[in-house]
Ligand binder design. Structure first.
Ligand SMILES: Nc1ncnc2c1ncn2[C@@H]1O[C@H](COP(=O)(O)OP(=O)(O)OP(=O)(O)O)[C@@H](O)[C@H]1O
Ligand SMILES: [Mg+2]
Length: 340
């Protein structure tokens, strides 16, 4: 059984005639230890889909219309508030683009990580006062578990922060953007999640730091064996890290494939256009091309295939027929009848 299985998820904002469907019939699974990249232009529904995994899209205004989200074997859409609190952090953790969204400027970073550790500490009754100051994990040579301080240092080391004993006393503004990002990842890892969702974690960083961030994610995946859902605008980074790629357009998945195959031979015209818009990815002879037009507004979706007004391969019936997501080859799903 996959760690995460989203089936036919539909989510709307607003109600009645004004309702817009930000996620429309999305099905996506992630195996234990697998890294999946969710790619698409701004407004295509990547963040809303990712936040739905822990039911983090506030409802209202959102309405989970239909579908199923099975995380670690349980249906998230049927969970109580207490169960939801347990899976947020305990099973799935999030890292967002903006350090400001996760780091509190008035607390030292070490203390912020420590709070997360305390929040997710398993409840054990009758702890002695000194054991209350420890992470309840007696394995790994620590008969009584590490102290919180030791665990904070271990996490900061894990995410590649030099001199963690000193850095844990820093306030967020004393750290560079890249270091803040690492602290956020350390916080996300503190609860030992099975799935790490990283939503555009590198867009705000310069290119060198971006590359280091991706190295770190890859390293963590290998060392901790967790699953990762990485959200990005660009197909440029997925080849280095993803096992599979899901491409989203206007609230729908349009292509789902193993990363290498998708990069080598994209089947959906939108994926092809995305690849041609990334320097160094498209065919050598082809000039870089921006995709003409914009992602359609959700309240003014084109009829038929949502991509047809921008599609260089559109046929006469593309404006009428709504294409389904079809498995056209083993493990390759495409929402386009003219993919060949
Ligand atoms: N709270 C909300 N109320 C109403 N509409 C919303 C809300 N949150 C998101 N949306 C709409 O849902 C759609 C999908 O948004 P989402 O944030 O998932 O896009 P995205 O693919 O993550 O884009 P980006 O790359 O810019 O982060 C957008 O049209 C957005 O305007
Ligand atoms: Mg987003």
């Amino acid at each position: 059984m996959p760690l995460l299985e989203i089936k036919n998820l539909r989510l709307e904002f607003g109600s009645g005639e004004n309702a817009v469907r930000a996620v429309d019939d999305v099905s996506l699974s992630i195996e234990a230890g697998e890294t999946v990249c969710l790619v698409g232009e701004s407004g295509s529904g990547k963040s809303v889909t990712a936040l739905s995994i822990a039911r983090l899209v506030p409802s209202p205004p959102a309405r989970y219309v239909s579908g199923e989200i099975r995380l670690d074997g349980r249906d998230v859409l049927k969970m109580s508030k207490v169960e939801l609190r347990h899976i947020r952090g305990g099973v799935v953790s999030y890292v967002f683009q903006e350090p400001g969204a996760s780091l509190n400027p008035v607390f030292r970073v070490g203390n912020q990580i420590k709070e997360t550790l305390k929040l997710h500490k398993p409840r054990t009754p009758n702890l002695s006062p000194s054991d209350r100051e420890r992470v309840a994990k007696p394995e790994e040579g620590h008969s009584r578990g590490r102290t919180y301080n030791e665990e904070v240092i271990r996490l900061l080391k894990l995410v590649g922060i030099p001199a963690p004993e000193l850095r844990l006393k820093d306030y967020p503004h004393q750290l560079s953007g890249g270091m803040q990002q690492r602290v956020m990842i350390a916080m996300a890892l503190a609860s030992q999640p099975k799935l790490l969702v990283a939503d555009e974690p590198t867009t705000a960083l310069d290119v060198t730091i971006q590359a280091q961030m991706l190295d770190l994610l890859r390293d963590l995946k290998r060392r901790l064996g967790m699953s990762i859902l990485l959200i990005t605008h660009s197909l440029g980074i997925v080849g280095d890290i993803a096992d599979r790629v899901a491409v989203m357009y206007a609230g729908q998945l349009v292509e789902l494939a193993p990363a290498k195959e998708l990069l080598r031979r994209p089947l959906h015209p939108y994926t092809q256009a995305l690849i041609n818009s990334v320097p160094g990815l498209g065919a050598e002879t082809q000039r870089l091309r921006a995709i003409p037009g914009n992602v359609p507004q959700l309240d003014a979706l084109p009829s038929g295939c949502r991509f047809h007004p921008r599609c260089p391969k559109a046929q006469a019936d593309c404006s009428q027929k709504v294409p389904g997501l079809i498995e056209v080859e083993s493990n390759r799903w495409v929402r386009c009848p003219y993919w060949k």
